[in-house]
Design a protein. Structure first.
Length: 165
């Protein structure tokens, strides 16, 4: 079970393509195969382990990016980016959430506003949620995020880690 790229901008940037490739090839099965059978506390631990491991994978394979975990861009807000990367002329934001459309939209809007002065490569990386969470609704919001990103001069990618396509 690997992250499946559902939505992506047409971006001619080799670094963006490298990040997309690393995420696409990152094996998530050991983390998420039975995630929803666990308690919320256990789920949080599993997601944190996945986040840390993906962070180290990105850090090792793309060392020219300055990577940070749980990066807080503004001290007056509690918002923290799950995985943040900074390069000369743009930033990379990777947000991990269950495949809930409201979470996708909320995080996208807040991070886009927090980094309004920068070019953003924004990635929604969604892992399995409950059966009541609509994967199709998540995909629809990936498309909306991509449309808005293009209008702002940013790039977007939406991934789903699931047996459901």
């Amino acid at each position: 079970m690997k992250p499946k790229l559902i939505e992506a901008c047409e971006c001619n940037n080799s670094l963006y393509e490298k990040v997309i490739s690393i995420i696409t090839e990152f094996d998530a099965e050991i983390y998420f195969k039975n995630l929803i059978k666990n308690s919320q506390i256990e789920q949080k631990k599993i997601v944190t382990t996945f986040q840390n491991d993906l962070f180290f994978e990105l850090s090792n394979k793309i060392p020219k990016v300055k990577w940070k975990l749980e990066y807080k861009p503004k001290t007056d807000f509690k918002d923290a980016v799950d995985i943040y990367g900074k390069v000369q002329n743009f930033i990379i934001v990777v947000e991990l959430d269950k495949h809930r459309a409201d979470q996708i939209a909320k995080k996208f809007l807040s991070r886009t506003a927090l980094f309004a002065e920068e070019t953003i490569f924004y990635i929604s990386l969604c892992y399995p949620g409950t059966s009541k969470m609509s994967v199709n609704e998540a995909k629809k919001y990936f498309n909306y995020c991509n449309i808005v990103s293009k209008k702002l001069g940013n790039c977007y990618a939406g991934f789903i880690i699931s047996n459901i396509s």
